[in-house]
Design a protein around this ligand. Structure first.
Ligand SMILES: C=CC1=C(C)c2cc3[nH]c(cc4nc(cc5[nH]c(cc1n2)c(C)c5CCC(=O)O)C(CCC(=O)O)=C4C)c(C)c3C=C
Ligand code: FE2
Ligand code: FE2
Length: 336
């Protein structure tokens, strides 16, 4: 607190908001909800970079008539009592960070697609008196299809305000020692629990089209650097693979599924796989890696498979997020 002359009324500290933003998820694991979610997600020009005039007929005519049923089944396999894992974990992260920052900082969470909507939560912060807001896309590696589109959505809402709050955005933290160390500690703790010594460690990142890399998106380099720093920190090799291919275009390689299927023939029969690009476990980790990845690895002749969880709302991950967010709040508020 700055010291005030005697008798001067206390100046209320401006309220600060921290908005955690993640990708989004359907409201329920049924085809209707998934269709609504995918229609919004896959109409985002940051995500599918094909001219809308060519893309919308494919999306509306084919994809939205076939994919929702399949995806809904996948979601139903990982759905929790408190909802979609991505939403439940992001909510828990916000609750824990609230405790870390004390009463001067309002911490909330929102999703780029679906609910809670970014515009609604930015408006709620403004209505609560936040004059300064830190937008925090929870993606360690920058990708226009994730980081930029989340920020865009917040800015689109701010564009409608006469009296805007001041804004900062959390930079990507793919090479931050705090992040790399949190990953190392979490992975080593998980490895101590799985009951076997893996022949290989695989870092599986979400993929994106190869063309996006050629157009200058730094995502691929960010993923590679995270894996290199992690491998150096752990003193052991970490293989990189890219998962969740979507559509017919060429995506980043090597693909996680092909990597897992090829390993047993190379003599790699025990693997541990983790997903450092996801700040919370979700469909892509719990279903694609932990369920389908295991099945295809064992079918290909593997003997032991372990999926190691994301940082989620565990102590190490929350402490890391609190510290990187705190750095961005510097000068805005004196924190406990
Ligand atoms: C972490 C980074 C992510 C990048 C990069 C990314 C790119 C990307 N994704 C699609 C298509 C789909 N992704 C889907 C789910 C999904 N994707 C991410 C993260 C990234 N996506 C997360 C966290 C999730 C999980 C959401 C959940 O509810 O748990 C899906 C939907 C599920 C399905 O039907 O399979 C699609 C589709 C593209 C085209 C893309 C391009 C750059
Ligand atoms: Fe995705
Ligand atoms: Fe690269």
């Amino acid at each position: 607190m700055t010291s005030l002359p005697p008798g001067h009324p206390a100046i209320p500290s401006p309220r600060i908001g921290v908005l955690l933003m993640n990708l989004g998820t359907p409201d329920a694991p049924d085809a209707r909800s998934v269709k609504r979610y995918l229609a919004e997600f896959l109409s985002d020009r940051r995500v599918v970079e094909i001219p809308q005039i060519a893309w919308q007929p494919i999306l509306r005519g084919i994809i939205l008539n076939t994919r929702p049923k399949k995806s809904a089944h996948a979601y139903s396999q990982v759905w929790r009592e408190d909802g979609s894992p991505l939403a439940a974990i992001t909510k828990a992260q916000a609750a824990r960070l609230k405790d870390a920052f004390g009463p001067d900082v309002l911490v909330d969470w929102a999703m780029r697609y679906g609910r809670p909507a970014i515009a609604d939560r930015v408006q709620a912060m403004k209505d609560a008196g936040c004059e300064r807001i830190l937008l925090a896309p929870l993606y360690p590696q920058y990708c226009a299809a994730t980081t930029a589109t989340a920020n865009d959505k917040a800015f689109a809402h701010l564009a409608r305000m006469r009296w805007q709050p001041a804004i900062r955005t959390l930079p990507p933290y793919y090479d931050d020692p705090l992040y790399v160390d949190a990953l190392k500690v979490s992975i080593e703790e998980s490895l101590a629990r799985i009951g076997f010594t893996p022949d290989a460690l695989i870092a599986s990142f979400h993929g994106m089209p190869q063309r996006t890399l050629e157009l200058g998106d730094p995502y691929h380099c960010h993923c590679r650097k995270t894996a290199r720093l992690l491998s150096e920190a752990m003193g052991r090799p970490v293989e990189v693979a890219f998962q969740s291919r979507f559509g017919r275009a060429k995506w980043l390689e090597p693909a996680t599924d092909a990597t897992l299927e090829a390993m047993p023939a190379r003599g790699v029969k025990r693997v541990a796989i983790f997903a450092p690009g996801f700040s919370a476990d979700c469909l892509e980790t719990l279903e694609e890696l932990a369920i389908r990845g295991r099945e295809s690895f064992i079918e290909a002749g593997g003997t032991d498979f372990a999926y190691l969880p994301c940082l989620n709302d565990e102590d190490g991950g929350i402490e890391m997020l609190a510290r990187i967010l705190r750095r961005e709040l510097e000068g805005w508020v004196r924190l406990p």
